[in-house]
Design a protein around this ligand. Structure first.
Ligand code: GLU
Length: 319
């Protein structure tokens, strides 16, 4: 049996069917999980290439998951544009693309399971209230954890983090530890608009897709402890993690749609690929290679130890 067990014809997976047998594939399976909030920019391409080469170097699979979980932030056509850019750059994925927008029932099932175990509770607090009352404006102060205050109605569902001090070893950045009660507090799993929160969806989907290696940008390093906490509560296997440096503007802010990072131009082809490889500290061939040859050459020489062990690296303006 492989991670596809429990697959139904439309390509969705039954996550809890596969967890029941506790089968963890010993072979490598990684993924790239873009949010379709805009076209690929250099920063997101770094995550695509890093996860792709790490998988190919291990002879493993590389999946693509479109994290279209947040309709208000989604840009129409962006998901297709991202997939076309990956194809144009020869970053060919395995299996079917998974779309989070089609998986609400699986997120609901995971929430039900946590609710059965008494691990989630309704919360009435607005973001603003948490900002005003929370420790450092971010840590949830626990206002609703023993019941909704009189006269208030539930907005979100939060998961309890009691005593969760999570330690893990990032493959690049090394030991990392987060004391969830002190640094995060109980966190939201179902948002006020009824949608599953990113932390829940990513954990359910990584398990459902049999992902055992996560390679992504270091902007998500701080989410990892929350995800490991959820994996433990749901009895799911924890993947290994490697957080890549993110491409940053000169002022240190991450390249993103919000900071007006330009879309990549796939017509640049191998020249663009070489810039990504250089960013990731990887060797470059002397000879001119086309994209397919270049990825093969790079996968054969992929060395994660050469990736700069930094959270962010500035790139030239206009990158
Ligand atoms: N969808 C997230 C993003 O585009 C990435 C999620 C992940 O890799 O876990 O930032």
């Amino acid at each position: 049996m492989d991670g596809k067990q429990g697959a139904v014809p439309n390509g969705a997976y039954f996550p809890f069917a596969s967890f029941a047998v506790k089968k963890v594939s010993p072979s490598y399976r990684g993924r790239f999980a873009p949010s379709p909030t805009g076209p690929l920019h250099f920063g997101s391409l770094v995550a695509a290439v890093g996860s792709f080469l790490d998988a190919r170097a291990a002879g493993g699979e590389w999946r693509v998951r479109i994290e279209d979980l947040d309709p208000p932030r989604e840009v129409p056509g962006a998901a297709d544009a991202i997939l076309r850019s990956l194809e144009a750059l020869g970053l060919h994925w395995d299996g079917e693309v998974l779309y989070q927008s089609r998986r609400a029932e699986y997120y609901a099932a995971a929430l039900e399971r946590l609710a059965r175990d008494g691990l989630v509770y309704p919360c009435a607090c607005t973001r603003r209230e948490v900002r005003e009352q929370g420790v450092d404006g971010v840590v949830y102060p626990g206002t609703c954890r023993n019941g909704l205050p009189p006269g208030r109605t539930a907005r979100t569902l939060r998961v309890r983090v009691d005593g969760a001090r999570i330690a893990f070893a990032d493959r690049l950045l090394g030991a990392f530890e987060q004391d969830l009660p002190r640094e995060v507090g109980d966190f939201v799993l179902r948002r006020a608009d009824g949608l599953a929160a990113y932390q829940l969806a990513v954990v359910v989907d990584d398990a459902a897709q049999g992902i055992n290696q996560v390679v992504r940008g270091s902007d998500l390093l701080d989410s990892t402890a929350r995800q490991i906490h959820l994996q433990r509560l749901l009895g799911l296997p924890a993947p290994a993690y490697l957080h890549l440096p993110v491409a940053a503007h000169a002022d240190g802010s991450k390249l993103s749609k919000q900071t007006f990072a330009p879309a990549i131009d796939t017509r640049e082809g191998a020249a663009l690929a070489r810039r990504v490889l250089a960013f990731l500290g990887q060797p470059l061939p002397d000879e001119a290679l086309d994209l397919d040859e270049l990825w093969c050459w790079s996968a054969a020489r992929w060395d994660p130890a050469r990736i700069p062990a930094r959270r962010a690296i500035p790139v030239a303006p206009g990158t």
